[in-house]
Design a protein around this ligand. Structure first.
Ligand SMILES: [Zn+2]
Length: 150
């Protein structure tokens, strides 16, 4: 049976699919959908790598730009959202996808950094993929996680 949570994960997964060379070298992809309670506005994003200009390296063309850790999909969505609402975070394996064409879901529990942003934006619930059989719900106000079967 398909739940609406699963549908939201599918949207997040579709957003996370690779489109650039940087995407293709990653081993997995993250996507996030944010839904604001009141008006159901949907905000979406994926992880992105960021290149920083390193002035000390200006004489070395190969090191002028240093790639830093990707900005996380959740924090990118939160920057575009007002307070409240729910997040849906999906992490998918590079493949192969499952036989039925489904994405292969991996653990997508937000990291400590994103958790702080989630709490300060007063998000109600964060749904995240755990596997193709289970998903998790993080309740920021109670600082509690539950794992559910689909
Ligand atoms: Zn994070």
């Amino acid at each position: 049976m398909k739940s609406s949570v699963r549908d939201m994960f599918e949207i997040a997964a579709r957003i996370s699919e690779p489109r650039t060379d940087d995407d293709y070298i990653k081993n997995y992809w993250f996507g996030c959908v944010g839904i604001r309670g009141a008006d159901d506005v949907m905000v979406v994003s994926k992880n992105l790598s960021v290149n920083l200009y390193i002035p000390e390296n200006r004489h070395d063309p190969l090191k002028i730009y240093q790639k830093i850790a990707s900005t996380h999909a959740e924090s990118r969505v939160l920057k575009k959202m007002s307070t409240g609402g729910n997040l849906y975070v999906a992490r998918i394996s590079k493949g192969p996808f499952l036989k039925n064409g489904e994405y292969k879901y991996l653990m997508a529990r937000p990291c400590n950094m994103c958790e702080q942003a989630i709490k300060s934006k007063k998000v109600e619930r964060v749904y995240y993929t755990v596997s193709n059989k289970q998903f998790g719900i993080f309740y920021p106000k109670q600082n509690r996680d539950v794992v559910c079967d689909y």
